[in-house]
Design a protein around this ligand. Structure first.
Ligand SMILES: O=C(O)C1=N[C@H](C(=O)O)C[C@H](O)C1
Length: 296
C-alpha cells in the first residue's frame, strides 16, 4: 500500500483564466510533468490554491488530471477548520477514487493533539483511502507531534507525512521512528530531508525542471551524494525566488512567462510583483545554464 508514496511529487497549480479554471492549460502542464519522470501529482493542496477552490472545481481538476496523465497517481488535498467539514470534503473527494488524500490538521482553531488525532481518524474513516498527513504548522498553526503520528500510523490507511519546515532531528525521527513514508514539503530543505532518509518530496519548485529534481532524488538513492549536492546547489537560487512572495503567485508568474498558463491567482493571493518577476526570469536563466553544464 505504501511503496508508491515516494519520489518527486508535484503539487500542481490550478491555472486560472480570470475566475475560471483553465483546464486546457492544466492538462498540458500535467502531460509535460508526467513526461519528466515524476512519481505523482497532488491537486488542490497549497500550491493548487485548494483552500480557494469549490468542491466541484476540485473534482473537475481531478478529472482533467486523470485524463491528461492516466499513468500517474493523484492525491487530493483536504483542509478545513471543522472536522465535520473535513469529513464531508474527504468523502466527496474519495468518491472520485484518487490514490490518496493529503490532509492538514484543523486550521485556525489550534486544538490539542487529542483533537488533531481524532480529526485525522474521522477523515480516514470517511475516506477509507490512503491518507498522508500534511504537517505545515506555519500555515495551520498546529504541529502534528511525533507521538500523534505514531498513534495514527497504527491504522495502515495512514501511509505518510508531508513534512514542512521540521528540523533535521524531527526528519530523522519521522523516518526512523514511524512506519510512514516521509515526503518533504519545504523546498529549500528537500535536499537535507532526502539526505536524512525522506522517501521523496512534494515540491512546488519541481514544476520547473522537474527532471532535475527526479535526478537529484535518484542520485541520492544511488549513494551519489556529490552529484546530488551539485544539483541541489543549482536549484536553490530559483527556489528561493519562488518563495520570496506567497506561493503560488511567483510560480504562476514564471510559468506564465514560460507560456504554460496565465499568472492569475485567486484573492487573497495577489500576483507577484514586477521586481520579483525580473528576479525569477534571471534565476530561471541561470538555472538553464546550470542544467546545460550539469549534463545528463
Ligand atoms: O502545495 C503544496 O503541496 C506545497 N506547498 C508548500 C507551501 O506553499 O507552503 C510548499 C511545497 O512546495 C508544496
Amino acid at each position: 500500500m505504501q511503496s508508491r508514496f515516494e519520489g518527486i511529487w508535484v503539487p500542481i497549480i490550478t491555472p486560472f483564466s480570470g475566475e475560471s479554471v483553465d483546464h486546457a492549460a492544466l492538462a498540458r502542464l500535467a502531460r509535460h510533468l508526467a513526461a519528466q519522470g515524476i512519481a505523482g501529482l497532488v491537486a488542490g493542496a497549497t500550491t493548487g490554491e485548494g483552500a480557494l477552490l469549490g468542491l466541484d472545481e476540485q473534482a473537475a481538476v481531478f478529472a482533467t488530471l486523470r485524463g491528461a496523465a492516466p499513468s500517474l497517481p493523484i492525491v487530493l488535498g483536504v483542509s478545513q477548520a471543522a472536522t465535520q467539514a473535513a469529513v464531508a470534503q474527504a468523502r466527496h473527494l474519495a468518491a472520485l477514487r484518487p490514490e490518496g488524500l493529503l490532509a492538514t490538521p484543523p486550521t485556525y482553531v489550534r486544538p490539542t493533539q487529542d483533537g488533531v488525532q481524532r480529526h485525522f481518524e474521522a477523515i480516514v474513516e470517511a475516506a477509507d483511502l490512503p491518507v498522508l498527513v500534511y504537517n505545515i504548522p506555519y500555515r495551520t498553526a498546529v504541529n502534528v507531534e511525533l507521538e500523534t503520528l505514531q498513534a495514527l500510523a497504527r491504522d495502515p490507511r495512514v501511509v505518510g507525512i508531508k513534512e514542512c519546515g521540521g528540523s533535521v532531528e524531527r526528519l530523522l525521527r519521522l523516518v526512523h521512528e514511524t512506519p510512514l513514508r516521509v515526503l518533504s514539503g519545504d523546498d529549500s530543505q528537500n535536499f537535507a530531508a532526502l539526505c536524512a532518509g525522506a522517501h521523496g518530496t512534494i515540491a512546488a519548485s519541481a514544476h520547473i525542471e522537474a527532471a532535475l529534481h527526479v535526478r537529484m532524488h535518484a542520485r541520492l538513492r544511488d549513494g551519489l551524494l556529490v552529484e546530488a549536492r551539485r544539483i541541489a546547489v543549482a536549484l536553490l537560487p530559483l527556489t528561493r525566488a519562488l518563495f520570496a512572495e506567497p506561493n503560488p503567485a511567483p510560480l504562476k508568474a514564471l510559468l506564465a512567462e514560460l507560456g504554460w498558463c496565465e499568472a492569475d491567482v485567486r484573492l487573497p493571493f495577489v500576483p507577484a510583483t514586477e521586481a520579483l518577476r525580473g528576479r525569477l526570469r534571471e534565476e530561471h536563466a541561470t538555472l538553464q545554464r546550470c542544467v546545460a553544464s550539469l549534463g545528463g
